[in-house]
Ligand binder design. Structure first.
Ligand SMILES: NC(=O)c1ccc[n+]([C@@H]2O[C@H](COP(=O)([O-])OP(=O)(O)OC[C@H]3O[C@@H](n4cnc5c(N)ncnc54)[C@H](O)[C@@H]3O)[C@@H](O)[C@H]2O)c1
Length: 428
């Protein structure tokens, strides 16, 4: 059976319109008939009125995608012949991959897929997930046979939410396909929208592995720098000064210490370690990196307490202002934010906290974490202020304005190296 191999006849269906799916749908929707499908009715309603709560796509850019429509209706997908899956790939409480959204999306596709169609997965997974976990679901539901009746591709996404410089079109894209011809087609398809160029991997498994190690490498590198920061704090050496000095060597990598949250860097390595364990290998470096990074919230809380004691601030009953709740700067994404680890730890000291984050949705913060961010912090109210997330508007305030929220004696803790050296009382 031949598949659609003609770009001019391509009708795209994009499954999952979040941080990854929407920007992609908009780019394709400028060039090809594209249907954006999501199970979240509210999200589709908002997109239909030009609102993207992820802040990745401005209203006017949405309207530039003249061939794009949004739907929750499965039947609307039936006319498509190439599908791209961009649904979440979270982990469960035991840090095991939770493939539920991916398998559900595959079931959906099984109901609409026709002879010759191609399904391209973009979600971050472990090597083998596409062909061992997802494709069998499509085969079971559709009754079609893989690589005879329908075909697959995998092309991982590398976007960085909140980053206005690295956008979907100007990041080089890895592509792959289930046969050499399909790989070629998938590559040509993405080349239509990706101006930075594409890289055709030799197989779907190679492309899957490439994505998961990009994030694993970053996680392990940050873990190393976090461990170094812990060591240097004990030695009374400023970590940033050390990193600056070491960074003058041509091959020293410029990582900074910090919390590692979100649904990518702090999650994806567990996909790889899960697969490694299935294959009988217990990863040492990757998992110890995860443990260090997961422990940073508690470490930060401990550092703050020590500094408060040093400045003779009474810890029990103290009021602390946490600036930022999202998992990263300039982005409203609250998923898997590790700021909550600091909050939990400080609660154990009977400290009360106000969280201030103008980017975060208050309702989502309550729903996800039981935390209601304040509208505005009170002037002169806090025994300590933690700059936890480097939102532009916090950094722009500068130390003096940040300190205006503090009591006459307070600790200003700069987790993000956002302030010039010497302006905070404490840095990570
Ligand atoms: N956000 C990032 O920075 C980023 C970067 C690179 C890769 N990724 C990967 O891309 C994938 C998607 O991430 P995201 O951040 O866009 O997630 P997201 O949560 O922002 O969006 C996922 C969307 O999929 C929808 N959805 C869930 N199940 C569905 C189903 N069965 N059918 C249709 N729609 C469904 C949700 O309603 C949501 O709108 C993940 O695997 C993630 O690891 C994310």
């Amino acid at each position: 059976m031949k598949s659609v191999m003609n770009l001019d006849r391509t009708r795209l269906g994009i499954i999952g319109l979040g941080y990854v799916g929407l920007p992609l749908a908009v780019e394709f929707g400028k060039k090809l008939p594209t249907i954006g499908f999501d199970t979240n009715k509210q999200r589709i309603e908002q997109l239909n009125t030009g609102i993207d709560l992820t802040r990745e796509v401005e209203s006017e850019l949405l309207s530039e995608a003249t061939h794009l429509s949004f739907t929750t209706d499965l039947d609307a997908l039936r006319d498509c012949n190439v599908y791209i899956v961009t649904v979440p790939t979270p982990i469960d409480e035991q840090h095991c991959p939770d493939l539920t959204p991916l398998l559900k999306a595959s079931e959906t596709l099984g109901k609409v897929i026709a002879q010759g169609d191609i399904v391209i997965y973009e979600s971050t997974v472990y090597p083998g997930a596409t062909e061992e976990d997802c494709i069998p679901v499509i085969e079971r539901v559709s009754g079609l046979t893989y690589n005879t009746d329908f075909f697959a591709g995998y092309s991982p996404e590398r976007i960085n939410p909140g980053d206005k410089e690295h956008r979907v079109t100007n990041i080089k894209k890895v592509t792959s396909g289930s046969t050499p011809e399909i790989a070629e087609f998938v590559d040509r398809l993405y080349s239509k929208v990706i101006t930075a160029g594409t890289f055709q991997a030799s197989s779907i498994r190679v492309a899957e592995a490439a994505k998961v190690i990009e994030n694993t490498q970053r996680d392990v590198n940050i873990a190393l720098i976090n461990e170094l920061a812990i060591i240097f704090n004990r030695l009374n050496i400023d970590t940033e000064e050390v990193l600056e000095a070491a960074g003058t060597k041509w091959n020293f990598l410029p990582f900074r210490p910090g919390l590692v949250g979100g649904h990518c860097i702090g999650v994806d390595p567990y996909y790889l370690t899960h697969k490694a364990q299935q294959a009988g290998y217990h990863p040492e470096v990757i998992l110890s990196g995860r443990r260090i990074n997961d422990g940073m919230g508690a470490y930060v809380a401990g550092q703050l307490i020590k500094q408060m004691i040093k400045q003779r601030i009474h810890v029990q009953g103290a009021r602390v202002l946490i600036l930022g709740l999202t998992f990263k700067e300039n982005c409203p994404d609250l998923r898997n934010t590790r700021v909550v680890d600091i909050i939990k730890e400080l609660e154990d000291y009977s400290i009360t906290m106000d969280v201030y984050d103008p980017l975060a949705s208050k309702d989502e913060a309550v729903q996800e974490y039981g935390i209601r961010p304040v509208d505005k912090p009170g002037k002169g109210s806090y025994d300590a202020i933690i700059l936890a997330v480097g939102h532009r508007e916090f950094c722009d305030l500068g130390a003096q304005q940040l300190r205006a929220w503090g009591k006459p004696i307070h600790v200003l803790y700069d987790l993000k190296y956002a302030l010039p050296r010497g302006e905070a009382d404490l840095r990570l």
